[in-house]
Design a protein around this ligand. Structure first.
Ligand code: ADP
Length: 241
């Protein structure tokens, strides 16, 4: 599923948060949005998810206009920094959740859901955790479950907003390598938001550097490190290395 964002703007009151964003994410690509806090990364992700609406501009997925489509019809997998797992449900039930709330006509039968959940538990290397509750998991394990829940609905697009932001450095590194493998196997079109350069460059096919609501540069690690497109990018790269 390719995503095309055209000349998108968004303001909150008199504050311009997105100032004309043009971006195409190819089908199966993993793109990182990298930039300092307040640069508009989360807002852009929320617009793709259908949780915010832009003031102007276009959003097309495989040629379909997504701005006219309600959030639940977009089939988005979304993982946030602060794991929004349901505390009263086991890992299995958390992963199954997105499938059990589909409209009746689209809802798979119980045994199909159970089989799908088992498959995901193995695929995500959390098969031993199926009966636990979120409070009995480490932060890294919770994010694996959150990704399982997002993947269960076979999302058209996977959106990850600082998913490892609350975890310590060693766990982040492990999860990064693991996510890269998961991405290669699922081939989901993915947008990953981070303010961490190392994370962005290690994970993404292309990195989109954002600053103050604009795209400053799009490229791989070498292009952005060796040829920063603006003083902003040069400063940002230097400041956070
Ligand atoms: P980032 O993800 O890069 O940190 P955000 O998209 O979260 O940036 O925020 C960009 C700017 O928009 C910030 O200045 C933030 O305070 C503002 N903002 C985000 N959401 C809202 C909102 N619902 N109401 C008002 N201002 C908001």
């Amino acid at each position: 599923m390719s995503i095309t964002i055209e000349n998108m703007t968004k303001s909150f009151g008199s504050t311009a948060v997105l100032r004309g964003i043009d971006l195409t994410v190819e089908s199966g690509e993993l793109v990182a949005l990298l930039g300092p806090s307040g640069s508009g990364k989360t807002t852009l992700l929320k617009i793709v998810a259908g949780l915010e609406w832009p003031n102007s501009g276009g959003l097309n997925v495989n040629g379909q206009d997504w701005l006219g489509l309600a959030a639940q019809d977009r089939r988005i997998g979304f993982v946030f920094q602060h794991y929004a797992l349901f505390p009263h449900m086991t890992v299995r039930d958390n992963i199954a959740f997105g499938l059990t709330v589909r409209p009746r006509a689209e809802r798979p039968g119980k045994s199909v859901i159970a089989a799908k959940v088992e498959e995901l538990l193995h695929f995500l290397q959390i098969a031993h955790l199926g009966d636990r509750y979120p409070a009995q998991l480490s932060g890294g394990q919770r994010q694996r479950v959150a990704l399982g829940r997002a993947l269960a609905i076979q999302p058209t697009v996977l959106l990850l907003d600082e998913p490892f932001g609350a975890l310590d450095a060693a766990v982040r590194r492990d999860l990064r390598a693991w996510l890269r493998r998961v991405h290669e196997e699922t081939g989901s079109t993915t947008i990953f938001v981070t303010h961490d350069q190392e994370e962005a460059f290690e994970l993404a096919d292309r990195v989109v550097v954002m600053g103050e609501g604009r795209i400053e540069q799009i490229g791989n690690a070498d292009q952005i490190h060796d040829h920063p497109a603006s003083p902003f990018v040069a400063r940002f790269m230097g400041a956070t290395i």
